[in-house]
Design a binder for this molecule. Structure first.
Ligand SMILES: [Zn+2]
Length: 143
């Protein structure tokens, strides 16, 4: 139900009444006995963050090159280019994922290396051990 605001003509008290649209009155009786008139205020419109448009002079879409001057154009441009709205924290999420993926890849490489060495014929493995002991270094290079 909507909230209707009233202001008393006699005592200047302001108060709200929550009632249905069909039941509201332009004038109600105040506690002091005076007449309180309905106060008309502009409705507060809450726009979700993804619907806000903060570029009054417009901007050039980095995806399509189109000039975007309102939210409808921006939504269409994002949809057409397969992009999503940037939100704070996204960059950090991507950076964190890259680090996690790198760690997972390093572990997979290490596991494969260990498995291949374990599967080597004993003679070959012993020769590798000697070479490693003599200072040969094995380095993983990602291409
Ligand atoms: Zn009053």
């Amino acid at each position: 139900m909507p909230i209707y605001g009233y202001n008393c003509k006699s005592c200047s008290t302001s108060f709200d009444i929550v009632t249905s649209v069909g039941n509201h009155q332009r004038e109600v009786e105040c506690k002091c006995g005076g007449v309180a008139k309905q106060v008309i205020t502009a409705p507060i419109v809450i726009i979700p963050a993804h619907m806000r448009f903060d570029a009054p002079s417009g901007y050039e879409s980095p995806a399509t090159g189109r000039i975007i001057t309102n939210n409808r154009q921006r939504i269409n441009d994002l949809a057409e280019s397969g992009c999503i709205e940037y939100e704070p924290g996204m960059r950090q999420d991507v950076d964190r994922r890259v680090v996690e993926d790198d760690k997972a890849l390093d572990k997979a490489v290490d596991d494969t290396f260990d498995r291949e060495i374990a599967a080597m014929p004993t003679v070959k493995r012993e020769r590798l051990d000697v070479e490693m002991a003599m200072g040969m270094n094995a380095e993983t290079v990602r291409l």
